[in-house]
Design a protein around this ligand. Structure first.
Ligand code: NAD
Length: 330
C-alpha cells in the first residue's frame, strides 16, 4: 500500500542495471517506488514497493504504469546492449522501433497525467562520429551534437527521443531532464550473453583466465573510452533531476583510457599476467570521453572517484559470478 506521506517515484526499466540500482537508492531516500520492466533484476530482488511486469511498447501497460502524478519518473527502459549488440547491425530495427515506441507511449501518458518531472537517459552514442575519429582528442561537448551523425541506429534513436522529450517540454510545459550517459558500469551489470559492455566483459575474460593465458579483445585496443561507476552516475542523475535545468548534459567520467589500458587495469586488480589476442569485432567510434564542463558549471557536480576503484568492486562481483557459474556447471 502506498504511504501518502512519502514522495513517489516511477522507475521504467527497473529490472535493468541502472534501474535496479536507482530503485535501491530511491528507497534509501524514503521514496515509495513503483518499478516497471519486462523482467525482474537479474542478480537481486527489486527493492521497489510495487513491480509491474509489462511491456512498455504497449500503451495499456504505460497507462497502468503511470496512473498517478508521480513526483519523479525515470525513463531508463530501452532495447540496449554493448558493442556486440548495438554495432553488429543485426538488431537495428528492434533497437529503433522498440525504444522509440516506449518513449512515445510514456510521454503521452505522462503529459496527460501531469507527472511532476521525468528524467530521460540518452547516450553519448548520439554524438557525431566525425568528432570521435581521433582517439586522443574526441569531442563530446553538448553543443557539438549537431550537425548530427551518430555511428549507430541506437544513437539516432537516442537523438530522436531526446528531441521528443524537449518538444514535450516546450509545447506542453512537461518538466523533463535529459542526460547523456557515457559507459556506466558496476556490480550487477550484464556480464555475459552478448549484451555486456567492455568493463564487465573484460572482468569476465580475466576472471576466467589463468596466468599465462591470452584473452581476446575486439580491435587493436587503442580506441579510447571513459567509464563511470554506477554510484557516481546516480549522484549525477539525482542532481540533475532535482535541479531547475532541463539539459541535455553529459553524465560520465573524464578519465579516458584505451581499451588496452582498461584490460591492464583489470589484470592488475586480479593479480594475473595475461596476454591480449586482438581479433576482429564490432567497435564503435575510435575515441570517446565525457566532457564535464557543462555539468560542473550548471550543477556544480562532477565525478570524483578513479576508475580503478570501481573496477576493483566490479571485478570482485564478476569473479563471484564466474565462480558460481563454474560450480553450477559441474
Ligand atoms: P539495461 O538493458 O540493463 O536496462 C534496460 C531495461 O529496459 C532492461 O531491464 C529491459 O528489460 C527494459 N526494457 C527493454 N524493453 C522494454 C519494454 N518494451 N518494456 C519494459 N521494459 C523494457 O540497460 P542499462 O545499462 O540499465 O541502461 C539504462 C538506460 O540508460 C537505457 O536507456 C540505456 O540506453 C541508457 N544508457 C546506458 C548506458 C550504460 O553504459 N549502461 C550508457 C548510455 C545510455
Amino acid at each position: 500500500m502506498k504511504n501518502h506521506v512519502s514522495k513517489t517515484a516511477l522507475v521504467l526499466g527497473a529490472g535493468g542495471f541502472i534501474g535496479s540500482h536507482l530503485v535501491a537508492r530511491l528507497k534509501k531516500e524514503g521514496f515509495w517506488v513503483r518499478g516497471v520492466d519486462l523482467k525482474n533484476p537479474d542478480f537481486s530482488r527489486s527493492q521497489a514497493d510495487e513491480f509491474v511486469m509489462g511491456d512498455l511498447r504497449d500503451p495499456n501497460i504505460c497507462r497502468q504504469a503511470v496512473d498517478q502524478s508521480f513526483d519523479e519518473v525515470y525513463q531508463l527502459a530501452a532495447d540496449m546492449g554493448g558493442a556486440g549488440f548495438i554495432f553488429s547491425g543485426d538488431n537495428d530495427a528492434d533497437i529503433m522501433h522498440n525504444s522509440a515506441l516506449i518513449n512515445l507511449n510514456i510521454l503521452e501518458v505522462c503529459q496527460k497525467i501531469k507527472v511532476k518531472r521525468i528524467f530521460y537517459s540518452s547516450s553519448a552514442c548520439m554524438y557525431p562520429e566525425h568528432n570521435q575519429l581521433d582517439p586522443d582528442n574526441p569531442k563530446t561537448s553538448e553543443d557539438s551534437a549537431y550537425p548530427a551523425n551518430p555511428d549507430s541506429e541506437y544513437g539516432w534513436e537516442k537523438l530522436f527521443s531526446e528531441r521528443l522529450y524537449l518538444a514535450f517540454h516546450r509545447n506542453f510545459g512537461l518538466q523533463v531532464r535529459v542526460a547523456r550517459f557515457h559507459n556506466i558500469f558496476g556490480p550487477e551489470g550484464t556480464w555475459e550473453g552478448g549484451r555486456e559492455k567492455a568493463p564487465a566483459a573484460m572482468c569476465r575474460k580475466v576472471a576466467e583466465a589463468s596466468d599465462g593465458d591470452a584473452i581476446e579483445m575486439w580491435g587493436d585496443g587503442e580506441q579510447t573510452r571513459s567509464f563511470l561507476y554506477i554510484d557516481e552516475c546516480l549522484e549525477g542523475v539525482l542532481k540533475l533531476m532535482r535541479s531547475n535545468w532541463t539539459g541535455p548534459v553529459n553524465i560520465g567520467s573524464e578519465e579516458m583510457v584505451t581499451i588496452n589500458e582498461l584490460a591492464r587495469m583489470v589484470m592488475e586488480v586480479a593479480g594475473k599476467k595475461l596476454s591480449i589476442d586482438h581479433i576482429d569485432g564490432p567497435l564503435g567510434v575510435r575515441g570517446r570521453n565525457s566532457d564535464n564542463r557543462l555539468i560542473l558549471e550548471k550543477l556544480g557536480w562532477q565525478p570524483t572517484r578513479p576508475l580503478i576503484e570501481g573496477l576493483k568492486r566490479t571485478y570482485s562481483w564478476v569473479e563471484e559470478q564466474v565462480e558460481q557459474a563454474v560450480q553450477t556447471s559441474v
